[in-house]
Write a protein that binds this ligand. Structure first.
Ligand code: FAD
Length: 414
């Protein structure tokens, strides 16, 4: 079956735009499809970019320098545990770069559109893999074909479901994040140079955050989808407004919530799918479950998986081999670069969000132990590893003489 395209990318968010840009730059003929009628488009998100994202994708720094995306870099974190213990962490360099997603995504999308074909206002509702090609059906009934597809169509990915790569019920695997992004003239925060992280929920899995952007305050609240469906269905906006009132009472924010700006959106928080490729198909970003299950960071993983999917797709185009044996290289590549941290994040989520006691103990300890605090924040932002955090915690819970014996016995260097 002939097609004017080598690769079709469904979804023009960070995952899809990164993949399309890399493929287009390398000379592949790419069609990038998005259901949004235009860019910029809305995307509910905290818009927190970890510092390592700028190392992995240096052109993001260029977007900031050129003023194409306005950014508030913050180097301070206020961390609060369920029992209200609060600790503040400060470092020299920025920890997180705060952007507005509509602006950031538009900039990435524009770069991709400069090197590939795009179709906006096109929603894919069906994906069928045939022996010689992939067929994508739009909501208008049009069939679009190509040799292969990269599914970057977010948490409710049609590509993942229709190819059988995601089959679990959504309520088991997702969180819901409820947020608003409101002008400072209406809602303001005490410390605009810091992010606030609240590990405050006593029920299964949850967090709150305040992310100050350049001109807007973004604050949100996340919980597991099954808990949301049981406790908050139809009451999300009300719950959000109450939470803002709590933040006002404790002196963190001033002003009024903007109820019409309230939005909720799912996040996959159960780690990458068991398989992220099949014949003629690769999944990137939220579609493949590439979100840190502990911090809910997804943009870095969306762009990284998008870039790695592009590498594998490029090889498939060059060799004209689109079978799953060839595309398996993608899974090997992402496992090597981000696999361990994503798998560990699921483990940490299960341990820490399983009740407030562990979280309280951790934050209380971090208040007395600056190195532990440094490692917790570093781990949350992708700057230090799970092993470093775990080793420090092990060391700080056993007497030094026992630890020294263990170290010398296994030849472990600090
Ligand atoms: C409220 C909230 C706060 C968050 N805060 C942060 C944060 O601070 N930092 C961070 O790193 N991560 C955060 N995340 C996670 C982050 O938003 C996602 O992981 C990230 O957006 C994933 O990028 P993506 O490209 O995979 O998907 P998306 O950004 O969702 O883009 C998918 C694109 O696909 C299009 N699309 C979807 N379905 C179809 C279809 N059927 N046909 C055609 N097009 C389609 C959509 O229009 C969209 O443009 C947050 C998430 C939420 C919900």
């Amino acid at each position: 079956m002939s097609s004017p395209f080598d690769v079709i990318v469904v979804g023009g968010g960070p995952a899809g735009s990164t993949a399309a840009y890399k493929l287009g730059l390398a000379g592949a003929k790419v069609l990038l499809i998005d259901k949004a009628a235009e860019f910029p488009r809305e995307k509910p998100c905290g818009g927190g970019l970890s510092a390592r994202l700028l190392e992995r994708f240096p052109y993001v720094g260029d977007l900031f320098d050129a003023g194409e995306v306005s950014v508030n870099p913050v180097s301070r974190v206020h961390l609060e545990s369920p029992d209200g213990t609060r600790v503040t962490y400060q470092q020299g360099d920025p920890i997180l770069y705060l952007v507005r997603r509509w602006q950031f995504d538009e900039a990435l999308f524009k770069r991709a559109a400069s090197v590939c074909s795009v179709r906006l206002g096109t929603t894919i509702r069906k994906c069928e893999v045939k022996p010689t090609h992939v067929e994508l059906e739009t909501t208008e009934g049009e069939i679009i074909t190509g040799p292969m597809v990269i599914g970057a169509d977010s948490a409710n990915s049609v590509i993942a479901r229709h190819t059988g790569l995601r089959s679990e019920a959504a309520h088991k695997e997702y969180a819901v994040d409820m947020m608003e992004e409101t002008d400072y003239s209406r809602l303001d925060v005490k410390d605009r140079d810091a992010i606030y992280l609240f590990l405050t929920l006593t029920e299964t899995f949850g967090y709150g955050y305040i992310f100050p952007k350049t001109h807007h305050l973004n604050l949100g609240f996340g919980c597991k989808l099954d808990w949301y469906l049981k406790e908050l269905r139809g009451k999300g906006a009300e719950h959000h407004a109450q939470w803002v009132e709590t933040l006002k009472r404790q002196g963190d924010v001033t002003g009024e919530t903007n109820r019409s700006g309230y939005k909720a959106f799912p996040i996959p928080v159960s780690g990458p799918l068991a398989k992220t490729y099949t014949d003629r198909v690769l999944l990137a970003g939220d579609a493949g479950g590439f979100v840190n299950a502990f911090t809910a960071e997804g943009i870095f993983y969306a762009m990284t998986s998008g870039a790695l999917a592009a590498d594998t797709a490029l090889n498939a185009v060059r060799t004209q081999q689109y079978d799953e044996r060839t595309l398996a290289a993608y899974e090997k590549a992402w496992r090597q670069e981000i696999g361990d941290e994503l798998l560990h994040s699921v483990d940490i989520q299960h341990r820490l969000f399983n009740g407030s006691g562990r979280m309280d103990a951790l934050v209380r300890k971090a208040k007395e132990d600056p190195e532990l605090l440094h490692l917790i924040i570093g781990y949350s932002m992708g700057a230090s590893t799970y092993e470093q955090l775990r080793n420090h915690m092990m060391r700080s819970t056993v007497p030094t003489w026992v630890w020294n014996k263990v170290k010398s016995a296994v030849g472990f260097a600090r």
